[in-house]
Write a protein that binds this ligand. Structure first.
Ligand SMILES: *Cc1c(COP(=O)(O)O)cnc(C)c1O
Length: 404
């Protein structure tokens, strides 16, 4: 087991100075219950077995690592490999923590799960887990995202979830979190808030990281099969930071492996045009935890934007903030245009349509590969598949080299 993972965060949920738990008094008890339940479950052989069973026989794990031969040749530098989280049931890494969170909810005797969703991936994954384990599911989603991510909205409805639109502010991810928290407070006796990333009050950043770390543990073994070595670089997109932390977990103690979290630069570097929190943010508390956040001139959460609806969040998981500050991880940047280019390149060169979020990681890896020699390697976490994005992308960015 990793020394780092065992010792971080501390008992109070701090990763260095980031993290903690800033919640209203009426949530103190429910969160204390969640912390206690997770402590018990974490090392409980029955829980571990149940999760293993579900992952193997329902979810489709282990997911493979694919060598992106044509994309590598196209870039002309380091070898690019893809960890295929797009092949999880429901199409993204989110089910890794949703199945576990719902088992925890059942353990606590809850009958309902509540969550926010950005692109709809977390909502679909949680609705799936709720259906499988027989719990009610309530999903909060910004009105703008509801319009943009229509297929996922339909999927959630079919899966039996209740969808509540967030109608204030920018009507995207941050507002969905606000709305979900508000709804959770009076229902905390019977419901649990299943956070969709390594964000929120302690213990969620730690718990979701632990559930996602399966990506990194599998990757380490699988990469040895390909290269008989560790990857030189690991690249993942960062919204809240869960898919990134999941894959980083496998390599965090291997100091020779460079870890890159890729942030969305959107349309430009002015406030409101991007969502590059680690790059432009400052310390602050939002949604119950202390981290780096993007602030407006009044110190309030700034408006954010990215073509990837799952990564436009004005804060970031406290562990990502901590690892950046200690220098263990580096930040890469990828804008909308580069992400769309990567979206089409991966589709046309490899036959894999990536989620727009994941396309940011691919876009940065393509830039990085070009700067490195051919004996170097890059492992990209392909966090999800792009079926949800196809209509939006072709409407706004015509298919290059279209043959019909
Ligand atoms: C939700 C999502 C993300 C962003 O969330 P993280 O917690 O930063 O991983 C990235 N990619 C996909 C496909 C997603 O669904």
């Amino acid at each position: 087991m990793s020394k780092y993972l065992e010792s971080t965060p501390n008992e109070e949920g701090y990763f260095g100075k980031f993290g903690g738990s800033f919640i209203p008094p009426m949530l103190e008890q429910p969160f204390a219950d969640i912390r206690k339940a997770y402590k018990e479950l974490k090392n409980d052989p029955k829980f571990i077995e149940e999760l293993k069973y579900v992952r193997k026989h329902y979810q489709g794990r282990p997911t493979p690592i694919s060598f992106a031969k044509n994309l590598t040749e196209h870039c002309g530098g380091a070898k690019i490999y893809l960890k295929r989280e797009d092949l999880n049931h429901t199409g993204a890494h989110k089910l890794n923590h949703c199945m576990a969170e719902v088992i925890l909810a059942k353990h606590l005797g809850k009958t309902k799960v509540i969550a926010e969703t950005g692109a709809g991936q977390h909502g679909v994954a949680l609705a799936t887990a709720a259906a499988y384990f027989g719990l009610e599911c309530e999903i909060h989603m910004g009105e703008v995202d509801i319009a943009k991510e229509h297929p996922n909205v339909v999927r959630m409805k079919i899966l039996g979830a209740k969808i509540i639109p967030a109608t204030h502010g920018l009507k995207t991810l941050k507002e969905a979190v606000d709305s979900a928290f508000e709804s959770y407070v009076p229902q905390a006796d019977t419901a649990i808030y299943c956070i969709g990333s390594i964000v929120g009050p302690h213990p969620f950043p730690m718990m979701v990281r632990d559930f996602q770390s399966i990506i990194g543990f599998e990757s380490k073994e699988q990469f040895f099969e390909h290269e008989d070595n560790l990857p030189d670089n690991v690249v993942a997109c960062v919204g809240g930071g869960s898919n990134a932390m999941g894959i980083f977990a496998g390599f965090i103690d291997d100091k020779e492996v460079n870890l890159y979290g890729v942030e969305p630069m959107g349309k430009g570097d002015t406030i409101g045009e991007h969502s590059a929190t680690l790059t432009y943010g400052e310390e602050g508390v939002m949604h119950g935890f202390n981290s780096i956040m993007l602030k407006d001139e009044n110190g309030e959460p700034a408006p954010v934007y990215s073509i990837g609806s799952g990564i436009d969040y004005p804060s970031v998981g406290p562990e990502q903030a901590h690892l950046k500050e200690t220098g263990r991880t580096k930040v890469g940047l990828c804008n909308d245009e580069e992400a769309v280019d990567a979206f089409y390149k991966l589709s046309q060169l490899e036959g894999i349509i990536p989620a727009l979020e994941s396309a940011h990681a691919v876009g940065y890896a393509m830039k990085l590969a070009k700067t490195l020699s051919k004996d170097k390697t890059i492992l990209v976490n392909l966090s999800g598949r792009g079926d949800k994005d196809i209509d939006f992308v072709v409407e706004n960015h015509p298919v290059p080299n279209a043959k019909f």
